[in-house]
Each structure stands twice: as structure tokens, then as C-alpha cells.
Design a protein around this ligand. Structure first.
Ligand code: TYD
Ligand code: MG
Length: 451
């Protein structure tokens, strides 16, 4: 709130004073000075300047951002159709997951289009990066490298060389010389990001910052870094296997639903055209405790294998261990099994794993996970040509899912024969050829059908 302030004014000549006095210095009048309260805002009325120009939203709505595509389609799709000039992108991921590799590839692709790209690394030497760029086919003339950590120097280089894109690998090693904070500290990271943000906006350059995340999945550094930038991407996956998933968790210039699937190989990351085939690649048929379900992310649907292992708890407290799915959601499913179907889960350890390092956040996978758990509990395999789709409600009911047709098309493409799906979705499924639909209303219906 703006406080009003007190001044003193001569009633004769209007001279203003900060303090009261008996005689006006200007007109020499006695007892003419009195107290006035002014609101500073009102006082500044004379100096109001209108905004430079007002633009109609209607006219501007159809003007698309000039996006800059890298040519790596899977990447361009995740960031919303290409980079928006002047935007600040943060890419997070665990050490060793492939952030530097991906950015070097992206830089190489941009440089091959004659765009100048500056790659600043605080972590690796010229020799290391050049060697890798060579292997990745990214050693382009327009791609320039410096081992640099000081953001002021980066800023100066941007002003001088006017690049299209700048990579800062990583924001944790960057620091501002003008700051008193210790490099690597939270305040340093924030200050550095803010300086780079201003540089991006002023020069209309794309800045891509690398941010390492800790084992728990948080950006090492403040969460607020996510608030400073325009786009936050995460590169995820199991380091043990070759799949890498790129997703946007924040995007001021596009949706956050798209998922890019890559494979890490000899020559860096390559796009996986048909993820379902890969996710289902090595599955063991006729083993209890596995189920195939459907996962939809953005415009793509995948079939994924979920595995469960149920065994008697040796000690009092049963364990629940889950990879790739929400632990609380699993507890809910187990409570449904317990209360609605009468399976005593309180004495069982339950382990759930989503194959391929994928993280399932969609509720349409609930029924598949629940059936994998039941399959393990009963030690009866589920028919390997069956896909199980449906959200599970607290009452043990199977609720409808979105885009069932698209999911079924994927199942049919991969030669699955039967799809267990919510009966409420049945009306969407007229004239479907080549695949058998098994509608279920409740978890107990699915149980009877499958075992
Ligand atoms: P890197 O991009 O350095 O990870 P980050 O920057 O996220 O820490 O990736 C390192 C891993 O990727 C390393 O284990 C080696 C592997 N890799 C490949 O398998 N193929 C390749 O072509 C490259 C460049 C790296
Ligand atoms: Mg790196």
C-alpha cells in the first residue's frame, strides 16, 4: 500500500517545506504554514506516461511465434514445435543420463543449418566435448565451444557473437562474479539464471541450461529455478537400459503432455519410432505377475508391460515398493483388493515395476497394475495377447478412459487379440474389427474374466 506523506505548505505563496516553521522563507508571512497530507501517487499525476503501444489481442492471437526447429522431430514436438527465440529452457536429469549428449546433438543440428551456437561447459574440456561431437557427427563449424563458468563472460560473448542458441552446461557450475554468494549455492544458481534470462530476452537468443537432479528427482538447486525459466524439460530413464524419455513439465510456449522416446546408442540418442515394440521387446510370456496395459501421453499411446511380485511379508510391516508408478495410488489399489475383493493384502509384500523405465502417471493403467498384482498373488499368468485398460475407483468399479480407440489401434497393430476395457467406453467402439473387446464394469468382473 502506498502511504500518504505529510508536508507543510505556505497558504500565501505555496512554498513547500518538509518541517513546520513559523515564518515563510519565500514570502516572509508569519503563521501561514500548515500541514497537508499528500498521496505520492496523486502527486505524480503530471508525470504519467502511457504504455508505448496497446495491441489488440484479437490481431495478435493469430500471429504464431517464429519457431526454430532442430530437425530432430521427437525433440521439436516435446518443446512445442521448435524453440521460441528469446526463451530460456532448462533441461534436468540425473548425472549420466545423456543431457550433454542430447544438447550437443541439438547444437550440431542447429549449426548445420548455419545457425551460430555457443556451447559453454563448466564441466568438460574442449578436448572431451570435441571428441564427443565428432562421434555424434555434431562437429560443425558454426558450433563454438568455451570452457566457461562466469555468466558475465557468457553474457558478453552473446552480445559479441550474436548466436541463435546458447548452451550452459550446467547451471550448477555457472556463477556470477558480481555476486558474493558461493558458486554452486542456491542463491548463486538463482542469480546466474536471472542474469542469463535477461540476456536471453534482450538479445532474443535461445538459452538452454542444464540442471542436474538428485536421486529423488529434484533439481539440485532451488525449485524456484523452474519458475524463472520458460520451459522445463526432464530427461529420464534407467541408466541400465537404453531408453530415454524426454518430457516437458512446464512450457510457456506449448503443451506439457508430449513425450519423446529415445534410445541411447553408439552415436548418441536416436528417436524410437515405435516405442511399444521396444517396451514389450523382452517380455517373458506365460509368467505370472505381468500384464500389458496402455499408456497415453500427449498425442501418443504406448503399450507397456507392468510387473508385480507379491510375497508373504516376513516381518510385521509389509513392504510396498514401486518403480514407475505412484506409491499412493498402488496403496489405494491394494486397499480395493483388500476391501472389495477380500484378498488380505496386509500380510503381503508387494513390488511393482514398469518395464523400460517409463513413468506412468495416467489412471488408465490402474486395472492393468491391479491385475498384475492379482496374477502374482494367484500365481496364474494372464493371457499374453491381452491388453488391460481402465481406471479403478474406490468402490472397485472400473471407470472410463480417454481415447480408447487410439489405444486399441496400437494394440491391434501389435497383434494383441483381446482388450479388457471399461464397459462405459463400449459405445465408442462400434465397428471395430480385428480385436476382441471384453468390457468390464468392476474389478471383480475383470478377475472372473482373466483368472
Ligand atoms: P552425458 O550426456 O554425459 O550425461 P549427462 O550430461 O546427463 O551427465 O551422457 C553420458 C552417458 O551416455 C555415458 O554413460 C555414456 C553414454 N553415451 C552413449 O552411450 N553413447 C554416446 O554416443 C554418448 C555421447 C554417450
Ligand atoms: Mg553432462
Amino acid at each position: 500500500m502506498v502511504k500518504s506523506k505529510t508536508i507543510y505548505e505556505c497558504e500565501h505563496c505555496g512554498t513547500q517545506y518538509a518541517k513546520w516553521q513559523g515564518k515563510c522563507d519565500t514570502c516572509a508571512a508569519w503563521e501561514s504554514i500548515s500541514e497537508v497530507r499528500v498521496s505520492p501517487k496523486a502527486n505524480r499525476n503530471d508525470h504519467l506516461t502511457p504504455v508505448q503501444e496497446l495491441k489488440s489481442l484479437h490481431d495478435s492471437a493469430n500471429q504464431k511465434f517464429e519457431r526454430m526447429t532442430t530437425g530432430l522431430e521427437e525433440f521439436d514436438r516435446v518443446i512445442g514445435g521448435g524453440f521460441v527465440p528469446g526463451s530460456l529452457v532448462l533441461i534436468g536429469g540425473q548425472p549420466g543420463i545423456g543431457k550433454s549428449t542430447l544438447l550437443l546433438q541439438i547444437s550440431g543440428l542447429l549449426a548445420a543449418q548455419n545457425q551460430t551456437v555457443l556451447y559453454f561447459s563448466g564441466e568438460e574440456s574442449l578436448h572431451q566435448v570435441a571428441d564427443r561431437a565428432n562421434r555424434l557427427g555434431a562437429a560443425e563449424n558454426h558450433l563454438k565451444f568455451a570452457n566457461e563458468q562466469i555468466v558475465e563472460n557468457i553474457q558478453a560473448a552473446v552480445e559479441k557473437f550474436k548466436p541463435t542458441a546458447v548452451i550452459v552446461d550446467s547451471i550448477q557450475t555457472a556463477y556470477s562474479e558480481r555476486s558474493d554468494n558461493i558458486p554452486g549455492s542456491i542463491s548463486q544458481i538463482r542469480e546466474s539464471a536471472e542474469i542469463l534470462m535477461r540476456s536471453a530476452k534482450r538479445t532474443n537468443t535461445v538459452f538452454i541450461l542444464v540442471g542436474h537432479i538428485t536421486k529423488d528427482g529434484f533439481l539440485a538447486g532451488p525449485k524456484m529455478l523452474e519458475h524463472v525459466v520458460d520451459t522445463v524439460l526432464y530427461l529420464e530413464g534407467d541408466r541400465q537400459n537404453q531408453f530415454r524419455m524426454l518430457r516437458a513439465v512446464k512450457n510457456r510456449f506449448g503443451s506439457t503432455h508430449e513425450l519423446g522416446v529415445f534410445e541411447m546408442g553408439e552415436r548418441g540418442l536416436t528417436v524410437v519410432k515405435n516405442p511399444s515394440e521396444l517396451f514389450l521387446g523382452n517380455r517373458a510370456l506365460d509368467v505370472s505377475g505381468t500384464a500389458i496395459t496402455s499408456h497415453l501421453e500427449g498425442s501418443r499411446s504406448f503399450l507397456v508391460e507392468v510387473q508385480a511380485l507379491v510375497s508373504s511379508a516376513v516381518y510385521g510391516n509389509p513392504q510396498r515398493n514401486v518403480t514407475g508408478y505412484d506409491l499412493r495410488r498402488l496403496s489405494m489399489l491394494l486397499a480395493v483388493l483388500d476391501r472389495r475383493l477380500g484378498f488380505g493384502m496386509g500380510t503381503q509384500d508387494v513390488f511393482v515395476n514398469v518395464v523400460g523405465g517409463l513413468r506412468l502417471e495416467e489412471t488408465a493403467v490402474d486395472l492393468g497394475i491391479l491385475m498384475a498384482v492379482l496374477s502374482s498373488l494367484k500365481d496364474i499368468p494372464i493371457d499374453p495377447h491381452t491388453v488391460i485398460i481402465g481406471e479403478v475407483g474406490l468402490g472397485g468399479e472400473v471407470r472410463g478412459v480417454s481415447h480408447l480407440r487410439q489405444r486399441l489401434a496400437e494394440a491391434r497393430k501389435l497383434d494383441f487379440r483381446t482388450v479388457v476395457c471399461p464397459s462405459v467406453n463400449q459405445k465408442d467402439l462400434s465397428n471395430l474389427k480385428g480385436i476382441q473387446i471384453a468390457p468390464v464394469k468392476t474389478v471383480s468382473d475383470a478377475l472372473k474374466l482373466l483368472f
